[in-house]
Design a protein around this ligand. Structure first.
Ligand code: URA
Length: 230
């Protein structure tokens, strides 16, 4: 791989910035200064910038408190994205393990570990997602059974998997689902003739949104939180 590419992959420097750093003699390969950014390097070579060894960082895992108005995408021409809230090198390598709608708030997990995020999102791994919802209309006890049985969503061939509905107040509920179909929670309530006014994700599996995180804040996951996703 070219030196400039290799260095930009493990730092937050652009290829142009790496080229300038190389020409300024700030990069060494196995202790030799290399000023030509197009030089070839091998995975086994030790690259240093300003004398500091550069290594591919291990997989990274973060929880973010998503505010209203941010899209769960890595790029968007109209709206800010959840990645805009992160101050991390190479953040474009991170992806979102389970998106939220622009008007949904709460827990978002970001990682560069594809296998781990598959366990979070694949319905086969039964990783529960817990949401608080504020509804336009009052909800009656009959809804609990309907959610437990699974709901037919418009234009879908299969019922939703059983969901747990807890009625907190006349029009406030907590709902637990193990799938992540498109706009699933909103469509489940729409199927009962209701409407979600506010939706907030509180938990994914055993990972609860940290109460100390204000909207827009994030932190790395703990080792226990990472290991809790099986
Ligand atoms: N279900 C929805 O309808 N929207 C979300 O953002 C998440 C789950």
């Amino acid at each position: 791989m070219r030196l400039d590419k290799a260095v930009s992959q493990v730092t937050d420097l652009s290829r142009a910035e790496v080229k300038r750093a190389a020409r300024a003699g700030r990069i060494t390969v196995n202790d030799d200064v290399v000023t030509d950014p197009s030089s070839k390097v091998a995975d086994s070579d030790l690259l240093c910038l300003d004398g500091e060894p550069l290594a591919e960082p291990g997989p990274r895992y973060f929880m973010l408190h998503k505010p209203l108005g941010y899209v769960s995408a890595t790029k968007d021409s109209e709206h800010p994205t959840v990645l805009d809230l992160l101050d991390e090198p190479n953040k474009q390598k991170l992806h979102i393990a389970g998106r939220l709608d622009i008007d949904t708030t709460g827990l978002v997990l970001l990682t560069d570990d594809g296998q781990w995020s598959h366990k979070v999102t694949s319905p086969r791994h039964h990783c529960d997602k817990v949401y608080y919802a504020h509804l336009a209309e009052q909800i009656d006890d009959g809804a609990v059974e309907k959610f437990a049985k699974g709901i037919w969503l418009e234009n879908e061939k299969k019922r939703t998997k059983p969901a747990r509905l807890e009625i907190l107040y006349a029009n406030e509920v907590r709902i637990t689902i193990s799938e992540g179909r498109y706009h699933q929670v909103k469509r489940m309530f729409a199927a009962l003739g209701n409407r979600v006014l506010e939706l907030h994700r509180e938990r994914i599996g055993d990972i609860a949104l940290d109460e100390d995180l204000e909207p827009g804040d994030y932190r790395p996951l703990s080792a226990d939180e990472i290991a809790s996703i099986q």
